[in-house]
Write a protein that binds this ligand. Sequence first.
Ligand SMILES: [Zn+2]
Length: 279
Amino acid sequence: MIEAPEALCLAEQLNRTIKGKRVTDVIVKNTPHRFTFFYGDTDEYEKRLSGKILKRACAHGGMVEIDAEEVRLVYTDGVNLRYYGPEEKLPAKHQLLVGFEDQSCLVASVRMYGGIWCFPTGDFEGSLKPYYESAKYKPQVMTDAFDISYFMGLFKGKEQEKKSIKAFLATEQMIPGLGNGVLQDILYHARIHPRSKVSSLSFGQKERLFDAIKLVLREMYCLGGRNTETDLFGKPGGYIPHLSKATLGSRCLSCGEMILKENYMGGSIYYCPGCQKYE
Ligand SMILES: [Zn+2]
């Protein structure tokens, strides 16, 4: 799953690669995929995109949005987005291919599930609107708008107190672009157990958590994303997670305890029992 650091890297690569190109070919639903969500009638995609010049791309949480004149193209976090130069061999399977006049193209394929939305600018309607708008308009976690006072404000409310820190941080788009993938290392750095209740955290722990969010996401971004994700050219990122299935059972570099895994809330959590005490 693409999360905030990878989405930002992708948007920058798109701006260097496809910005200014004119769309000449559009192939939608080349390969059937049950869990690909499109915007409205897919027959409209070609009409909307043909002849358009792609402009700026930007990241909203784990989504990437491209401005194509009076149309927008959004790829959500479960989509693999790849650029192919004029001479490169194209993959056989994809859900949206956008070709340009110079024979290069942008190919989107969905992994487990994901959205590929093409819609008139400023006109997003339907049941996914709250999801799109929350990713787009909430303060972006990697920008200065996401500051300590905004972060502390997220904890307000009785219902938040009852949640575990994992549920609080990484569900319901509390922080768009911060999901289970980046969460493990953030909590490891903050020395907080994923199951810890929000109500049990001190002000100091919340401050440490804020610093860990900024630090870990910045490091991931600077290294081109996590090594489990690939960039616009299919190259894996350079960030090697401290906690993942690859480090399960190895020793924590900080305290020497063994890294553990548990199933929790429909996903896996990894943690160091020495550094991240559950109390
Ligand atoms: Zn440790």
